[in-house]
Design a protein around this ligand. Structure first.
Ligand code: G6P
Ligand code: MN
Length: 445
């Protein structure tokens, strides 16, 4: 079997350590010769790099090369897979994305609504620049992209790199939700075959099938989840905002008598309620900075000072979280051409036959060494079609605004977004967002 080389872009991210552990866990199936960490910020990159050195020495000694760098040429040459997970403006800007809309009476969320719009206009130029650079040094590598807001980023990569089928945009949220389903049913998530349609952070499970028997768990899941769940064993339930999000699934399931919704729909279907739950002084960005992010780097610092992991409290386990699992599973399916099914953000072209052909939909796809092959969904009911067409028009206008530098389209995008709607509010919001994002956004005229 061929040995591959990979580069993790956003190598200094709090998500990188789990990805590295997953690469160790998966080394029999996904053979590697080289791992590169790339980040534009050397300080955090250095911490993760020092950690990686210890980890691989103990758990992956057969790796030929491990480097961490802030130099694009060094990072992107001779790469088979690029895992992209950048956050343009980091958590400091996420905090603004969440707090500015709240000030104007709209929900403040990282990827949805006006906050997601602001993040999108930062993310798109950054992702495009990186992909251009990757394509200079490794024209044929697979680019597996988690960078958010994935819907807007995917629309932009489709336009700027048409036909480049080796760029694949993904999201782990449906997988995180399936982990909850697996927990409440007492089965293994990997035994599920999901039937799902929608846009990114805007979709529905229509069936949750057992891969072996074909049994559909959806009716049973709907019954169980009509009552708020508390799955103590799931790490996400330890964090207040995620616990509330998963609890709220029950409301959506009670109000809509078909399917199982992606948790992010709560922001679009109940914007007023969601806004009232938020604390303007302390949002999810604050929770992450004070919690998960701090804990991650504290742990890395401890490992670095110990100089080892074997025989300490920091041994790696098989439980690395779905974010890391999903991207490594996807790369493995491409590398070994096993054609497994993944939920991917991809061009519609009739997969859902009664929505726009050019729409970027999130649907089950087979993925192998020739890329992504979407599985047919058929037609969807009017309610979902209406929601999706509206949301997709918003996403397109957001990308237009960014690529054309158009103020008019930025305003139209915000007004179309279900969490904003009002033109007067949109104008005020846009004024504040432009000011806050100076130096990140392309200028709007
Ligand atoms: C899920 C979503 C991501 C999102 C993340 C936020 O994983 O799929 O798109 O960025 O949640 O999680 P956080 O813990 O940073 O709030
Ligand atoms: Mn996501």
């Amino acid at each position: 079997m061929k040995k591959h080389s990979i580069c993790i872009i956003g190598g200094g991210s709090r998500y990188t350590p789990d990805m590295l552990a997953m690469l160790c866990n998966q080394k029999e199936r996904f053979l590697l010769r080289k791992i590169v960490l790339y980040d534009n910020e050397s300080e955090r990159q250095e911490v993760v790099g020092q950690y990686a050195k210890i980890l691989f020495k103990e758990y992956y000694p057969e790796l030929e090369e491990v480097i961490w760098t802030t130099d694009e040429k060094e990072a992107f040459q001779d790469i088979d897979f690029a895992f992209m997970q950048i956050r343009a403006g980091r958590l400091k800007m996420r905090e603004k994305d969440e707090k500015i809309p709240l000030k104007h009476g709209c929900i403040g969320q990282e990827t949805c609504g006006a906050g997601g719009f602001a993040y999108g206009l930062r993310s798109v130029p950054a992702v495009i620049d990186l992909i251009k650079s990757i394509r200079i040094y490794s024209p044929k590598c697979w680019i597996l992209n988690y960078s958010n807001p994935a819907a807007i980023v995917a629309e932009a990569t489709k336009r700027v790199f048409p036909g480049d089928y080796r760029i694949i945009n993904i999201c782990d949220m449906p997988i995180a939700i399936m982990d909850i389903y697996a927990s409440v049913l007492g089965v293994n998530r990997r035994d599920f075959e999901p039937k799902y349609f929608g846009l990114n952070h805007f979709g529905w499970f229509t069936h949750v099938l057992d891969k072996k028997t074909g049994k559909d768990y959806l009716p049973k899941l709907r019954e169980i989840l009509k009552t708020p769940v508390d799955v103590q064993t799931e790490p996400l339930f330890q964090e207040k905002s995620w616990r509330l999000t998963f609890e709220f699934m029950s409301q959506m399931i009670n109000d809509y008598d078909e399917y199982l919704p992606n948790t992010y729909l709560q922001y679009y279907l109940y914007p007023a309620k969601m806004k009232d739950k938020e604390n303007q002084e302390y949002t999810r960005a604050n929770e992450v900075m004070d919690g998960n992010e701090k804990e991650t780097y504290d742990r890395l610092h401890k490992i670095i000072s110990l100089g080892k992991m074997h025989g300490t409290d920091y041994e790696i386990t098989s439980d690395v979280g779905c974010h890391a699992e999903y991207i490594v599973d996807l790369a493995t399916s491409i590398a070994n051409n096993t054609n497994e099914i993944f939920l991917i953000i991809t061009e519609n072209y009739g997969v859902i036959n009664n929505v726009s052909s050019e729409m970027l939909v999130e649907v089950p796809c087979r993925v192998g060494s020739n890329g992504v092959e979407p599985l047919s969904v058929g037609s969807i009911p009017t309610f979902y079609k209406g929601l999706m067409e509206n949301q997709y028009a918003y996403e397109k206008l957001a990308v237009d605004a960014c690529l054309e530098g158009s103020y008019k389209k930025a305003l139209q995008a915000l007004v179309l977004n279900r969490t904003v709607i009002n033109t007067d509010v949109a104008k005020e919001l846009l004024k504040d967002l432009i000011e806050a994002n100076k130096g990140y956004w392309n200028e709007l005229y």
